[in-house]
Write a protein that binds this ligand. Structure first.
Ligand code: AMP
Length: 111
């Protein structure tokens, strides 16, 4: 999608701190990290949010989450995955993304 920030990062038109890539999934560090590890994991194919996500993409994202958590050293200590959806979910970029947060004990409260 031509005016999508994350499509531009995937295409290399805007720099991203890339941590993982395969044929379906791209992942880069959040520009405003909320934890020592804060990675955004996105499908390469543009879709607005989880409401548009098909099973194949969901499986690819899950596999990437597992691999990135191990690579970032948080698989054993634990981590959080969040995907904000729509206005009330505080989604600010309309390209499906999963936040992977870890590297410290996160607060229990979710919102
Ligand atoms: P959300 O609010 O769930 O839509 O999350 C969007 C996330 O994208 C926020 O955590 C931002 O800090 C992050 N973000 C915005 N622009 C960039 C960028 N150019 N590179 C990396 N992360 C970004």
């Amino acid at each position: 999608m031509s005016d999508c920030l994350f499509c531009k990062i995937i295409a290399g038109e805007i720099p991203g701190n890339v941590v993982f890539e395969n044929d379906k999934v791209f992942a880069f560090r959040d520009i405003n990290p909320q934890a020592p590890v804060h990675v955004l994991i996105v499908p390469k194919k543009h879709m607005a949010n989880v409401l548009e996500c098909d099973g194949e993409t969901a499986a690819a994202l899950t596999d990437a989450i597992r691999e990135i958590a191990a690579k970032e050293g948080v698989a054993e200590s634990g981590f959080r995955v969040i995907s904000n959806c729509g206005h009330d979910g505080a989604q600010s970029v309309n390209h499906l993304h999963v936040h992977l947060l870890g590297g410290r004990a996160l607060p229990e409260r979710m919102g």
